[in-house]
Design a protein. Structure first.
Length: 423
């Protein structure tokens, strides 16, 4: 394998884990110090703080030119958006949402977020915490039945949201084609009850385990048990609905095939061709980290991913965190706060998402990736910026795009893990 290929694969692995913040990017030149409100991961921008618009973020600026060059080279299909204090500074769309029907990407097209939708689950749980209906210290067995006793009594909601529950389960059946919400739900109900405790709760990350994501399914089922609603209906009403995210949903495969406002993912094949994943369920990803998988097979996403959102809706989500629409201030701060040290000196684990310090600013957000799917949304709470990158084509250098966004927004050089210039 040549070095450039290896570098690309490593970056894709990082972005799938959690996005730009998870990659532990840092400013060139040494340690960084946060300039926020004095606690980890503030959820609110300071309205009194001046907010100049860096020239690199504007139309025609360095970031705009970089993405345009990628698109011209066939390396980007999707949408990028930069918003400052609720005002769009840059919005660009490239490529096709549906090649067969000739539908172009535009900012009101919804993209599969893959793992980038996990924070919606965290918000749902914290809403129930705010209402006093659950606590983060609750053992999962407080709300769920049928779990092994050691899991029911020792694993807490905090553990599953931070990915430190010490849980494993059988590898999900990535080849199975699901055909209804009921089938998907029954599968996850059964999968959760196959979980095993293989580590000490709170002692380490579950991310390296084949079935480590089973804790998120537990969290979604706690939402269901406490609210009396399906996870999908709860998020649609209490997250997307409250935030005014009218173009966002956990869409079904049937909707993916018929709705003109949902981007189709185009997966690279061994011969270099791109295939529409939703129309070719027999085809799978050739990426080593998602080998053989196809996001269209799941019918509908669940706790660990495959919610859909438009770029402006992700800006609305950030605004709804800032203004108390989704969570009251202390719980919004809890959502955004660092919980555990991350893989790099200025990165930290939060609830289903990383938080990081980049050029003296806190950054929260999430990335996700699958066959033909690439997504990253970042909130810069100290300065009121939101950056969104949504792609529906394999071959996008997603971490590089994230680094360029961070450089444009924070006004300083940002180095990728292990050095280099992010170029």
């Amino acid at each position: 394998m040549d070095p450039n290929t290896a570098r690309g694969i490593d970056r894709r692995r990082l972005i799938k884990w959690g996005g730009m913040a998870a990659a532990g990017v840092a400013a060139a030149g040494g340690p960084l110090v946060g300039t926020g409100t004095g606690h980890a991961g503030p959820a609110h921008a300071d309205p009194a703080r001046p907010g100049p618009i860096p020239p690199e973020t504007r139309p025609g600026g360095a970031y705009d030119r970089y993405v345009a060059r990628l698109a011209a080279e066939g390396k980007f299909s999707g949408v990028v958006l930069l918003s400052h204090r609720g005002r769009t500074v840059l919005s660009r769309s490239y490529g096709m949402a549906d090649r067969e029907k000739g539908i172009r990407n535009h900012e009101n097209v919804a993209f599969d977020l893959s793992s980038g939708s996990q924070p919606f689950l965290s918000v749902a749980i914290l809403q129930l915490v705010q209402q006093g209906r659950v606590t983060l210290a609750d053992p999962v067995g407080t709300h769920l039945t049928g779990l092994p006793r050691e899991i029911a009594e020792r694993v807490t909601i905090h553990h599953v949201l931070t990915g430190t529950a010490g849980l494993d389960a059988p590898m999900p059946d990535w080849q199975r084609v699901f055909h209804s919400r009921e089938e998907v739900h029954a599968y996850h109900e059964q999968w959760v009850r196959q979980a095993k405790l293989v580590g000490v709760p709170g002692a380490g990350s579950d991310g390296h385990l084949p079935g480590g994501g089973v804790g998120l399914a537990m969290a979604a089922q706690i939402v269901e048990a406490v609210s009396g609603m399906t996870f999908w209906d709860y998020v649609h009403e209490h997250v997307f609905g409250r935030a005014g995210m009218k173009g966002s949903a956990y869409y079904t495969r049937d909707q993916w095939l018929t709705d003109r406002h949902i981007a189709h993912p185009y997966m690279a094949q061994a011969d270099g061709s791109l295939v529409d994943a939703v129309r070719h369920l027999d085809k799978g990803s050739t990426d080593p980290h998602t080998l053989g998988r196809n996001p269209g097979r799941s019918f509908i996403g669940y706790a660990s991913g495959d919610g859909f959102a438009t770029a402006p809706d992700l800006v609305r989500f950030a605004a709804a965190l800032y203004d108390g629409t989704l969570l009251d201030r202390p719980y919004a701060d809890l959502f955004a706060g660092a919980k555990l040290p991350g893989p790099a000196p200025t990165s930290y684990a939060g609830y289903t998402m990383p938080v990081s310090i980049v050029n003296g600013q806190w950054v929260i957000g999430r990335g996700g990736g699958a066959g033909g799917v690439g997504a990253n949304w970042s909130i810069y709470p100290d300065t009121g910026w939101v950056g969104v990158i949504l792609s529906n084509n394999d071959g996008v250098p997603m971490l590089d795009v994230c680094l360029r966004e961070a450089e444009a927004v924070t006004g300083g050089p940002v180095a990728p893990p292990g050095g280099g210039n992010g170029g």
